[in-house]
Ligand binder design. Sequence first.
Ligand code: PLP
Length: 373
Amino acid sequence: MNATTLAPALLPTYARQDVTFVRGEGSWLYDDGGRRYLDLVAGIAVVGLGHAHPAPLTAARAQLDALWHVSNLYWTQPMQELAARLSERFGGARAFFCNSGAEAVEAALKWARKASGKTEIVALEGSFHGRTLGALSVTGQPAKRVAFEPLVPGAAFAPPNDTDWLAALVGPETAAIVLEPILGEGGVIPLEPAFLAAARELADQLGALLVLDEVQTGVGRTGSFFAFEQLGIRPDAVALAKGLANGLPIGCLLVAEGAPEGFEPGDHASTFGGNPVTCAAACAVCDALTDELLAEVHEKEALVRAALPTVRGRGLLLALDVQRPAGDVVADCLERGLLVSSAGEHTLRLTPPLTITTEELEPGLELLAEALA
Ligand code: PLP
């Protein structure tokens, strides 16, 4: 059976490109006809180390041989080791593991309510935090919300980088301010350091928690392990997912040292959260994200900026606005053997593997320039 024969057996939640991939290696994907494509999508900012990277692959294989799953009724080593690595990266933070970005945001919302004793959330217009009902409730995109209302009450939205508007919304009943350091799905809109500093100050003044959704920006994507490291603020909690296990499903809430405790046993749970195979792969990802690799992310960003001066974003989470519908450019690129994604009607997004080489990136950018011409 080919992909077209199988399609009716799937619910139509996605508008997929007409291609079926069967193999990946580094920055390259191979379709079922043997054609190869340069991957500037990386599974939407997930496969940061590139496809079939030997470090997470070896770690996951060894763990598959040893132990797949025991649940959170017991301890496992990979989960503890991953928590320790993340805690080291974020000064003593403690982790809750789950399986996706939306779940990490759900955990953050529940933690913020419990830790603050309040229920209101301030988020941003155009933000994206996931499709589950809680995460959708704090997602500032009416088109994604409207068919599913009523959502969880208590969310209000300020325009990105509008400090006055934010200050007008945050009050004594605010449990948390929830921000993506760069709005990813909303068009790759970077938040300004001054806006983030104001959010931190407002949270401190009014007893709210500052939660950063680093599901897309985290795990090296912007050239530091967390994007906030380059932005001069320290959040109370961070949601991670996408790149953490290089393509195996994982989500994580990290609560900063010194932030309110919040959760007690029984408050929150996930059967698969902290899965040993996934956590073993994620430990290998953390170890592979060396200072050298993170520095290279900035060098590759510079290369993209030189080729496409109108690009915005940070590190290898980049975007540019295009005249034609972005979907048409994506399709044109696919025909040329190049994978790019969109983030809005007229916005192309580039999220290649962090390990992409200059020799791969340069011809890829030339192909993109041809598609844009
Ligand atoms: N938060 C952000 C910033 C995201 O970009 C995404 C997904 O794109 C999510 C949350 C939801 O993640 P998931 O699709 O793994 O549930």
